[in-house]
Design a protein around this ligand. Structure first.
Ligand code: NAD
Length: 331
């Protein structure tokens, strides 16, 4: 039966908050689709419901073929902040905005970076094993003595949505915060209570913790390799929740094996999912998590709400341009 309602096809992985926002709108018909649907399967769903006016995606690819199948798409949104699976030039030339969940998961990633730094400094895995294995008497051995973050120096690489939030948390720990971000004015970094640094080579030897929050670009691929690890203190901890490839995994393996660095923590890898035989995973001084820094129960709810609001903002003619990847489509 024909309907005048705007149809929104949303991934069934979308959280309750987003579903409720859509359900509260009498002019919107919200239809779930299986999050795993890709390509032909997803296009068949679009065709079945065409015209589809908006879609909210999890990991589903979206290119001109999907746009054609929708027959009336006004906005493509993601329950997340990545958009690798969407053909942005294709959407821009069709004047279809692509919207992401803004800063909804930035605090969660910043908290993950903090938890990595704290876990490394406080020797979380080592001390836990010591207790469970009945080695209580070893707790004061030099190798088991942990470190404070208090009064230490942290170097934050990239001062965007996540780096700024990590800085706030580090300042609350009474740390000295150095920031390397060649695309920002020194004043903006100073205003946040941090010290801007213009040379990575000069800043690395000063840091007790280095946390990576820049994007993966041709400039940042391999940004951390053997030379950078050598420049760091022999006691410095390295953390990345940014993207695989920014840290050279082979060089990191060497640095963690030959005593150049005491320990590191990674949420992101060159290849994801990584090969379980990756030699890094054999090292006791490497902590790993499965690209999950931005995925907490709360972040998923916030992202679902953002995605729903993004779609409605386009329907209502008041687009949240700050969340659009291609805001030029709004003219
Ligand atoms: P953002 O775009 O808000 O900020 C990135 C900052 O890095 C910008 O200020 C930019 O000027 C700076 N930058 C660019 N090139 C640089 C360089 N060569 N050296 C230093 N700084 C540089 O991005 P964001 O949302 O804060 O995300 C930061 C990183 O975290 C990205 O790599 C993103 O992909 C990643 N991320 C990871 C997860 C996760 O679950 N692990 C989730 C979300 C985002």
């Amino acid at each position: 039966m024909a309907t005048n309602k705007k149809k929104v096809l949303f991934t069934d992985s979308m959280g309750k908050a987003g579903r409720e926002i859509l359900a509260a709108r009498p002019d919107v018909e919200a239809i779930p689709f299986p999050n795993m649907a890709q390509d032909e399967e997803y296009r068949a769903i679009l065709k079945k419901h065409a015209p589809v006016h908006a879609t909210i995606l999890g990991g589903t690819r979206f290119r001109p073929a999907e746009l054609d199948a929708a027959g009336g798409m006004q906005v493509v949104a993601r329950v997340g902040v990545g958009y690798d699976a969407i053909d942005i030039p294709g959407m821009t030339s069709a004047k279809v905005p692509v919207m992401i969940a803004g800063t909804a998961n930035s605090p969660s990633v910043a908290e993950h970076a903090m938890s990595f730094m704290l876990t490394l400094a406080r020797k979380g895995p080592e001390l836990s094993a010591l207790v469970k294995e009945g080695r209580w008497g070893d707790r004061l051995k030099p190798a088991m003595v942990s470190n404070d973050m208090f009064e230490k120096t942290v170097l934050i690489i990239g001062f965007g949505r996540i780096g700024t939030r990590t800085a706030k948390r580090c300042l609350a720990m009474e740390m000295q915060v150095l920031v390397y971000d060649p695309y920002l004015k020194a004043e903006a970094i100073k205003a946040a209570g941090c010290e801007p640094v213009t040379s990575l080579d000069d800043a690395l030897p000063r840091a007790d913790f280095v946390t990576v929050h820049c994007p993966k670009t041709p400039e940042t691929v391999g940004m951390f390799g053997a030379n950078q690890f050598k420049a760091m203190k022999r006691t410095a901890y390295l953390v990345s929740t940014a993207r695989g490839g920014i840290i050279d995994e082979k060089a990191l393996h060497a640095a963690l094996t030959d005593g150049t660095l005491p320990a590191a923590a990674l949420d992101v890898f060159d290849r994801e999912p990584p090969d379980p035989a990756n030699p890094l995973f054999k090292l006791p001084n490497l902590i790993a998590s499965p690209h999950i820094a931005g995925v907490t129960a709360e972040a998923m709810e916030r992202m679902s709400a953002e995605a729903a609001k993004n779609v409605l903002s386009v329907f209502d003619g008041t687009p949240r341009k700050e969340n659009a990847i291609n805001p030029e489509v709004f003219g």
